[in-house]
Design a protein around this ligand. Structure first.
Ligand code: NAD
Ligand code: UGA
Length: 320
């Protein structure tokens, strides 16, 4: 069995690759090193895995011609489990002319990968990284896969919902067992530099002000990255199909999270308040009963411990 990870050099993808390799699985990683953030960070993310003989890295763009390179990387007759994490992430910048990037990487690329999965005949299972952003400001909380109507409030959320629907559609046409996991605001070592905790921890360590978008009372169900990776691995190895929430079970406000960051860093944050941004959901909170019931998954890392680990990583990564 080959485990194909798209978005393999990104924040979550690179940690999934390491986890699969630690289990002595054969892994093919695919990424095109988009410059949404500094691609050298992605090269660092994947550098240790490149030394593992069980790992093959393919530098290719899913919105282009990637089929031949995958044929070359995957020996004939091998069965494949796909973990599709490649995407254009970032909620607030998905308006305006940048929407084309989101369509290309989240919708067109997903459809092309699904066509490849179908025509290659080797894919036994398809695991898709979806997002809490599909729920938008859905009034029923905690968000439920079956009872909350997904109504995204950002163009990004629209593209992630489209990707989920495509995955379900191809699964019913081709019969490839497929699952979409809706991740809720993931944090931890390697977190993308545009995300709140990365920006906040770095600013507090440097003694610089942090920007709070809105009044800071918005809440997020923050999820530690190793819990996400655990959910992905379980989803890849189980017969579960359909849509699942994957969230940390924290559900705290941004200002409460800042207090935790102050505790981890050991100094006070200077707050600068800016207007709330269009596209930001007000509150996110997940019902994860389904994932627990079907996959025996529960979050394992507390917010305090997770922030401590991300702070340690940022100190080392920025030599602070
Ligand atoms: P990331 O930007 O660090 O990783 C995504 C990777 O995909 C990048 O390395 C990028 O170069 C690659 N990529 C993008 N388009 C590609 C294409 N067309 N072909 C090949 N590679 C391509 O982001 P992340 O935070 O690790 O997110 C991973 C996945 O999880 C995404 O699907 C994202 O939508 C989803 N997600 C993330 C979060 C979060 O809080 N980080 C929450 C919900 C869902
Ligand atoms: C995150 C990811 O960035 C998305 O890719 C993902 O799909 C989404 O989670 C999800 O759960 O689906 P977001 O919740 O906006 O999106 O995560 P952050 O960028 O960490 O922002 C969290 C909160 O902090 C937001 O309310 C945001 O407005 C706020 N924020 C962010 C600030 O106040 N200041 C900043 O500098 C950055």
């Amino acid at each position: 069995m080959i485990h194909l990870v798209t978005g393999a050099a990104g924040f979550i993808g690179s940690l999934l690759v390491e986890r699969l390799l630690a289990g002595r699985r054969r892994v093919v990683g695919l990424d095109c090193f988009r410059d949404f953030y500094d691609p050298s960070l992605k090269r660092t993310n994947i550098s240790a895995s490149l030394r593992d003989p069980m790992f093959t890295m393919v530098e290719s763009d899913l919105s282009g011609s990637f089929e031949q390179v995958l044929r070359d990387a995957i020996p004939q007759g091998e069965q494949v489990t796909v973990y599709h994490l490649a995407a254009q992430a970032g909620v607030r910048r998905s308006w305006g002319t940048r929407f084309g990037d989101y369509l290309r990487d989240n919708v067109v690329s997903t459809q092309k990968l699904l066509e490849w999965a179908s025509s290659s005949g080797c894919v036994r299972r398809f695991v898709n990284a979806s997002s809490s952003s599909v729920y938008g400001d859905s009034p029923l909380t905690p968000f439920s896969e079956t009872r909350s109507l997904p109504v995204p409030v950002s163009p990004y959320g629209v593209t992630k919902l489209a990707s989920e629907l495509l995955v379900g559609l191809y699964a019913s046409r081709d019969g490839i067992p497929s699952v979409s996991l809706r991740f809720f605001t993931v944090y931890g070592p390697r977190q993308r530099p545009d995300m709140a905790f990365h920006r906040f921890i770095l600013a507090v360590l440097r003694g610089e002000p942090i920007e709070i978008l809105g009044d800071g009372s918005q809440t997020r169900d923050f999820t530690f990255v190793s819990d996400v990776v655990e959910g992905l691995v379980r989803a890849g190895g189980s017969p579960a199909c359909g849509v699942y929430n994957l969230a940390g079970g924290n559900g705290i406000s941004l200002l409460e999270a800042v207090e935790e960051i102050e505790g981890a860093v050991g100094s006070r944050a200077e707050l600068v308040f800016r207007p709330a941004q269009p596209g930001d959901a007000r509150d996110t909170l997940a019902d994860t009963t389904r994932l627990d019931h079907d996959l025996g998954w529960k979050p394992g890392v507390s917010l305090r411990e997770g922030i401590r680990r991300e702070t340690e990583w940022i100190r080392a990564a920025y030599c602070l």
